[in-house]
Design a protein around this ligand. Sequence first.
Ligand SMILES: *Cc1c(COP(=O)(O)O)cnc(C)c1O
Length: 390
Amino acid sequence: MSEVIYLDNASTTRISQDVIDAMIPYLNNFYNPSSIYTSAQNIRSKINECREFIANTLNAYNSEIFFTSGGSESNNWAIKSVADTFSNKGKHIITSKIEHHSVLNTTKYLEYHGYEITYLNVDSGGFINLNELKKSIRDDTILVSIMYANNEIGTIEPIEEIGQICHDNGILFHTDAVQAYCHIPIDVRKSNIDLLSVSAHKFGGPKGIGFLYKKSNIPLIPLIHGGDQEMNKRAGTENVAGIIGMTKAAEIAYPSITERSNCEILLRDHCIKRILTEIPYSRLNGDRVKRLSNNINISFQFVEGESILLYLNKYGICASSGSACTSNSLDPSHVLLAIGLPHEIAHGSLRLTISHETNMNEINYTIERLKEVIQKLRSMSPLYDDFIKM
Ligand SMILES: *Cc1c(COP(=O)(O)O)cnc(C)c1O
């Protein structure tokens, strides 16, 4: 067993030695891909090979892939660009209550600038309601942005159906696929996806690199203005080593999506089953089946999520109570509130996100420690004390 047990793969993933080895030559090979001499042009062709590989993993064209600094930039870019370009048609955007903050804070910014945003509800499993989506569409709706899979509770949204509804109504469809890419097979054409955001560090790549897919017939204005990199759409000298590292990570992960997720599902389901049967007053958040293969999210009554994390940390177990973005605040997760959990239960939640590298010993060790921790915390809880005396 390694020194730490890393069960926080939704916040970031371990970068493999193969990815690092692929990147190092491109840190040494410092040429600017925009220069005309051979050494620089060789790097430019390498970047285009990367673009081609990535495009093929999505059934997209090379010219539809734009490298960015990651998921947050891609989400900002997609939404702000459509908002700007189509403001003559309308200023109404539909999204959901459980999006990542890089979507929700972008729509909040747009609200401030006069856009109207509909935040779709989700049911107790975290799914949007397709009828509510249809009813929310108006003449001035320009964009629907719904995440592929949720980073906290792992729910996989009905993307093909959403794409079809948007297509039938002539509305653009953006999806934040940061948790899905290289974890679930994605076909942008089959699913009618117009824009899609990805981040490398969620599938074994380095941080600070990602991409935006944009269907070719849709106009796209830059978020970052400057030079003519990325087909004149995203200025700034390319993060060459980042692009190489992200592509290497995709080359490793993409062919083994099914194999990896089958391994993860075995561990995930074992873990969920053991926790729910061995720890009383616990409940699974998110759907039992249509969930990411790496996601376990459980609420424990009468305990504080933050205290669970601190105790698990003492045992060398890295876990999370929700998204990394909310871990510094004491507000309960917006996702758990949206699926209908009362505040006090949302506060007692734990997210374990495994990877293909996680093994059964690590899971069983974690469950044993978790049982002790929950028992200990409950023994100190006046609420629990009152409850069992009832
Ligand atoms: C991590 C994450 C992001 C942000 O990606 P960064 O590359 O860290 O900016 C966006 N959306 C989801 C669903 C994520 O999990």
